[in-house]
Design a binder for this molecule. Structure first.
Ligand code: UD1
Length: 371
């Protein structure tokens, strides 16, 4: 039983489903969408872009406080597990749906696999860090993206025979869709020049929920926007906060050649198309730090820490925090051509899902090797 809930889950699950479909004699699988994300642009468009099957079940839990959302997912997912009796539940990433479904399944005695296990920011003010810790401690199979993750799990006492370093499923999806994304014409249509613009995503509560912090970030972006256009597909949560704080004045409108262009969230292919040709990506997302590392595009991460240190160690990522001056310092270095030459981390090669499915297939006695 494969579980997805929020936008960053979809591109991680797509290659796993595909790999399972290549072994129909071994896997009968169901796709459960918790409905944590539900907008057309946050959810449905990804299914068509990624060629994913329609979910077999949608729990339609929607938004709410963390406790409300997590609880609703658990109540609904328990019913599904009791009815379908899966051998194993696969969860990906670190969103509320990931943790809620892992706890629910484990309490019913069902084996749980976590894809993207072991990432740690050591920042307990991030809801995702709590989700990661709770999920990993319960899981029977821990599929990791890099050596840092393996080390974190071992340090926390996970048994080494549960841990499988398989690579990065998100990169499987990126490599598969790069050709298609390259063929789109958005850059041309919007009058942008390759390497002549930046893209931006911003949605973490730590950046957008406090007006003083958000103002500092928008001030910095305003300065960068005087040099190049910044394309900002805006997350619904951020749109709400910008309106609430009266910050609409920071946006230039897409007719202007420069400035901060706020647009609706983009589909997977459209956003990849932009990021491939961007001069830099400015973000507080987790996944984008990995995608830019593979694309070789400089990434300026507006956070004080990262659970993905490999992207700084070998990739093109700079974690700069969220103060106006620190953002500007790094962005202007990139604007002046000071760009890192990164490498692609080991096993980020498009075959991670194949490895995961191979491991699940070959476990002695079926899917019950670990306890
Ligand atoms: C969630 C994940 C975060 C991930 C992000 C990617 C958790 C704790 N957080 O954050 O790790 O990086 O997804 O997008 O699971 N909303 C809509 N439409 C939607 C979904 C949400 O309008 O389809 C609005 C609602 O006002 C909602 C708010 O966004 O209250 C936040 O949604 P939520 O799912 O709680 O968290 P995200 O901020 O999206």
């Amino acid at each position: 039983m494969n579980v997805v809930g929020a936008r960053p889950n979809f591109m991680k699950m797509a290659p796993i489903i595909e790999a399972m479909n290549r072994r129909p004699e071994r896997f009968r699988h169901l796709l459960v969408h918790t409905g944590q994300h539900y907008d057309e642009k946050m959810s449905r468009s990804f299914f068509s872009d990624l060629g994913m099957p329609k979910p077999d079940m949608n729990l339609e839990v929607g938004s709410g406080s963390h406790a409300e959302q997590t609880a609703r997912i658990m109540v609904e997912f328990e019913k599904v597990c009791l009815e379908q009796e899966p051998d194993v539940v696969i969860v990906v990433g670190d969103v509320n749906s990931t943790m809620a479904c892992a706890i629910t399944a484990k309490k019913l005695g069902i084996k749980v696999a976590h894809v993207e296990a072991g990432l740690r920011s050591r920042d307990m003010s991030m809801p995702e860090e709590i989700n990661r810790l709770c999920t990993d401690v319960l899981c029977d199979y821990l599929f990791t993206t890099d050596h840092f993750a393996d080390e974190n799990l071992i340090a926390e006492g996970a048994s080494p025979d549960k841990i499988f370093f398989v690579g990065n499923v998100m990169i499987d999806t990126l490599l598969k869709h790069q050709g298609l994304a390259r063929g789109l014409r958005l850059i041309e249509q919007w009058g942008l020049k390759p390497r002549g613009f930046a893209t931006l995503t911003l949605h973490r509560p730590s950046n957008v929920d406090d007006p003083a912090i958000l103002r500092g970030i928008l001030d910095a972006l305003g300065e960068i926007g005087k040099e190049i256009p910044i394309i900002f597909p805006i997350h619904p949560r951020t749109r709400k906060m910008v309106k609430q704080f009266g910050f609409d004045g920071y946006f230039s409108g897409t007719e202007k050649p420069r400035g901060l262009w706020a647009i609706d969230p983009l589909g997977y292919l459209e956003f990849l198309h932009l990021n491939m040709s961007a001069m830099m990506v400015i973000t507080d997302s987790g996944g984008l730090q990995e995608e830019t590392t593979v694309l070789g595009v400089p990434c300026i991460t507006l956070r004080h820490n990262t659970e993905r240190p490999i992207t700084c160690e070998v990739g093109t990522n700079f974690v700069v925090g969220n103060s106006r001056d620190d953002i500007l310092h790094r962005a202007f270095r990139v604007l002046k051509g000071d760009v890192p030459r990164g490498k692609v981390p080991e096993k980020w090669d498009g075959r991670a899902a194949e490895r995961i499915v191979g491991i699940l297939t070959n476990l002695d006695g079926g899917l019950d090797r670990a306890t």
